[in-house]
Design a protein around this ligand. Structure first.
Ligand code: HEM
Length: 407
């Protein structure tokens, strides 16, 4: 098999349940040029260097190859995840002001009690059931409720967000075979609808004091100024989408991994204080974000003897780097007490995940409560049915049999 089809095989849905042998192949090849002119990188040290390299852009407008996938929604610019410094830094600082340090240092920690109550109520609602879908019954509603409260969005509108979010994510799905132009049109329409909805909501908050992020964006400008309306729409859409999909997959991948490793599950049940480290290990071993498909070289960049030409698309396969045996001891082994665990679960460099403190707390609380309260949980299907996306990878459903619910 020649190097140029590796990406096609990685994105092939047939390999979704276990892409890791393909990542091992990728690490052997270092920077692998694909049939469409993009470059795949999968070793830990190359990824780490490229994540911190200012010659690598997150802005796809810098691509010189035809970028058919790039259709921006009229009236809504790309969000800061897809922009470079200094624009990225200004927008990220404004978005961070009501979310984390230095201005709102306690914001996320203060949500722990509320997140525990949401998790408890979702599990209480499973009383009397012997078969559940962990995704629909728990892993999806938990982070969605949390991000809606944080942003100040009505929970009743959740069904609309779900459809919009799915359309936006399908728009960046690189799996060949499906109609990319059609998916792009649907993604653009969904981003616009979502942006307009969130923009109107923020407008209604002007002049009213409340502790949600949309209110803060319109009422509390900081040293970096405030968003223009299009910037606000783009940022709110990004936060809502990021808060929807990734954490769902971390919780679901987490339960799947623990149910496959009953000893680890038992140990965490007995010693819940180990959970923060177990969640870090999950972010390394079964991460929700498998690759960053948006990078572009701003100039010719040499990676281990291969020149990635200026303007070429560069795909950093984070999940491969986090399993690199040159960096991690016994990397294909799930070790919930692992130390020395600088994984790429949240990326790295200036774009490192903005929501990481929230995602960590949500996953720790979710998994602690699930293993404490689900009696004799058992996987019904292994592997479970996966979502389509090879980028945001996780089960679409995780059917479990349970013997009941602990009080
Ligand atoms: C387990 C859950 C999560 C995972 C695995 C995850 C992963 C990531 C990764 C890998 C990146 C880097 C993207 C890049 O370099 O291009 C990123 C960026 C980002 N994440 Fe997360 N994320 C999670 C949860 C969240 C949550 C809950 C939020 C919102 C509250 C969030 C907001 C963001 C934002 C805004 C960025 C862009 C940061 C920037 O460009 O400076 N994420 N995330």
């Amino acid at each position: 098999m020649s190097a140029d089809t590796l990406f096609r095989r990685i994105t092939d849905y047939a390999n979704r349940a276990n892409p890791y042998p393909l990542y091992a192949e990728l690490r052997e090849r270092r920077a692998a040029c694909q049939e469409d002119g993009s470059y795949l990188v999968g070793t830990y040290h190359d990824i780490a260097a490229l994540l911190h390299d200012p010659r690598i852009s997150s802005d796809r407008r810098n691509r010189t190859v035809p970028d058919h996938d790039l259709i921006e929604a009229p009236g809504i610019p790309a969000a800061f995840i897809a922009r470079d410094d200094p624009e990225h830094e200004r927008l990220r600082n404004i978005a961070m002001r009501p979310f984390g340090p230095p201005h709102s240092a306690n914001r996320i920690d203060a949500m722990q009690g509320e997140i525990t109550v949401i998790a408890k109520e979702l599990i209480d609602a499973l009383q009397g059931r012997h078969r559940i879908d962990l995704v629909d019954d728990f892993a999806y509603p938990l982070p969605v409720t949390v991000i809606c409260r944080l942003l100040g969005v009505r929970r009743e509108d959740e069904a609309r967000f779900r459809a919009w979010t799915e359309a936006v994510i399908a728009g960046v799905d690189p799996t060949p075979g499906s109609d990319p132009a059609e998916r792009q049109r649907a993604a653009v329409a969904a981003r616009m609808a979502m942006g307009l909805y969130l923009g109107d909501l923020a407008d209604n908050r002007r002049g009213k004091s409340a502790d949600d992020m949309l209110s803060a964006f319109v009422n509390d400008p900081g040293p970096d100024g405030s968003f223009t309306r299009p910037e606000l729409m783009a940022t709110a859409v990004l936060l809502l989408i990021a808060g929807h999909e990734t954490t769902v997959n971390l919780i679901t991948n987490g339960m799947l991994t623990l149910l496959r490793q009953p000893e680890a599950l038992e140990r965490l049940r007995r010693e819940p204080a180990l959970m923060p480290r177990a969640v870090e290990e999950l972010l390394r071993y079964e991460p929700p974000v498998h690759m960053l498909p948006q990078r572009t070289a701003l100039t010719d960049v040499e990676v281990d003897g291969v020149t990635i030409p200026k303007g070429a698309p560069l795909i950093l396969v984070l999940a491969s780097g986090s399993r690199d045996p040159k960096r991690f001891r016994d990397p294909d082994h799930f070790e919930p007490t692992r130390r020395d665990n600088q994984h790429f679960g949240f990326g790295g460099g200036v774009h490192i995940c903005f929501g990481a403190p929230l995602a960590r707390i949500e996953a720790q609380i979710a998994l602690t409560e699930l293993i404490r309260r689900l009696k004799a949980p058992r996987l019904v299907e292994d592997p479970p049915p996966y979502r389509r996306s090879p980028i945001l990878r996780g089960p679409r459903h995780l059917p479990l049999e349970i013997a009941g619910i602990e009080a």
